[in-house]
Design a protein around this ligand. Structure first.
Ligand code: GDP
Ligand code: MG
Length: 303
């Protein structure tokens, strides 16, 4: 008799790579949900985000790490780096994502780390839709010499080309293991976390220059309620900025900017939660939130 339990494969897969190479896009393509926010601006992913992909005989727990900040300027950056290191510690497979449109960085610290590690590596050459395949041969040959045991997959995360082959490669490398999460669960993050990420994503779209990098969003309350039109979720979110002048920009003339932010965010949140939503936004000045241990803890940068 075959023992089904003993054939189950599972593991933690860390998605590593420079900002903007397509890590979040890839995780969304693989997990099939809007798990982490994607924009054209670098450093949008600040937290470790877990996406879970389950099949009958396997479970893959992905973490999409923030980009590695080489010169940490703030405590926040140090915390971001710590998340990257954490994912080195508990990974069963590494996905090292490279952007085919960028020059290959031979001396990158992540590469150094991977070369010294026992954990199997899949090198994901992403954005194949933007380059001629023939121009990639040299890089692929080169990778064979520097990471001889790695599997190399060339994909387009955006167009979901070759992502099934990539999944197949990951599945091959997974160890036998238990079911870590219920099979229908897609993430280990609570809904309110995604709500704050959606608001932050809209801030990135709407405001420019230093604003997006100076804010943090915290969902203060999240309540399910009934209204005349049916179920309603009432959300109160705080937007922290570092200076008074930034508060004025967020709010805009006569409140026009924050009104637009509220409308856009609510629309996205309603799609995500599949429920009518009432969204209340408030702006607070908190000069040094990036260096404030207690606030960082509150925002989830520290345990
Ligand atoms: P991350 O910082 O590594 O998480 O990168 P993102 O997933 O946020 O992607 C950065 C940018 O690259 C976004 O504008 C994506 O739409 C784009 N992108 C990601 N994958 C691909 C791809 O396969 N092809 C193309 N053309 N663009 C991509
Ligand atoms: Mg990202």
């Amino acid at each position: 008799m075959v023992n089904e339990e003993s054939k189950h494969k599972s593991g933690f897969v860390s998605i590593l790579g420079e900002p903007n190479v397509g890590k979040s896009t890839l995780m969304n393509a693989l997990v099939g949900e809007r798990m982490s926010i994607i924009t054209r601006k670098p450093q949008t992913t600040r937290h470790r985000i877990v996406g879970i992909l389950s099949g009958d005989d396997f479970q893959i727990v992905f973490s999409d790490t923030p980009g590695y900040v080489i010169d940490p300027a703030y405590k926040m950056h140090e915390s971001m780096n710590r998340f990257v290191h954490q994912s080195y510690d508990d990974a069963d497979v590494f996905l090292y994502v490279l952007d085919l449109t960028k020059p290959f960085q031979e001396d990158h610290p992540i590469l150094e780390k991977l070369r010294g590690s026992q954990v199997p590596v899949v090198v994901v050459l992403n954005k194949k839709d933007l380059v001629e395949e023939s121009t990639t041969q040299q890089l692929r040959d080169h990778l064979k010499t520097i990471l001889p045991s790695a599997t190399v997959c060339m994909i387009s995360a955006l167009h979901q080309t070759n992502t099934q082959e990539l999944l197949e490669a990951i599945h091959q490398l997974l160890p036998l293991g238990p079911v870590y999460y219920p099979k229908d669960q897609l993430t280990d993050r609570p809904e309110r976390f995604f709500v704050s990420e959606i608001i932050r994503e809209q801030i990135l779209e709407l405001y420019h220059d230093e604003i997006p990098y100076s804010v943090e969003v915290a969902v203060e309350s999240f309540k399910e309620d009934e209204s005349r039109k049916g179920p309603l979720i009432r959300i109160r979110a705080l937007i922290f900025v570092m200076r008074k002048s930034q508060k004025a920009i967020i709010i805009g003339k006569g409140g026009s900017a924050i009104k637009e932010l509220g409308i856009r965010s609510r629309k996205e949140i309603e799609t995500f939660l599949d429920s009518h939503t009432f969204l209340e936004l408030h702006v607070k000045v908190k000069e040094n939130w990036r260096d404030d241990e207690r606030l960082l803890k509150h925002f989830g940068y520290k345990k």
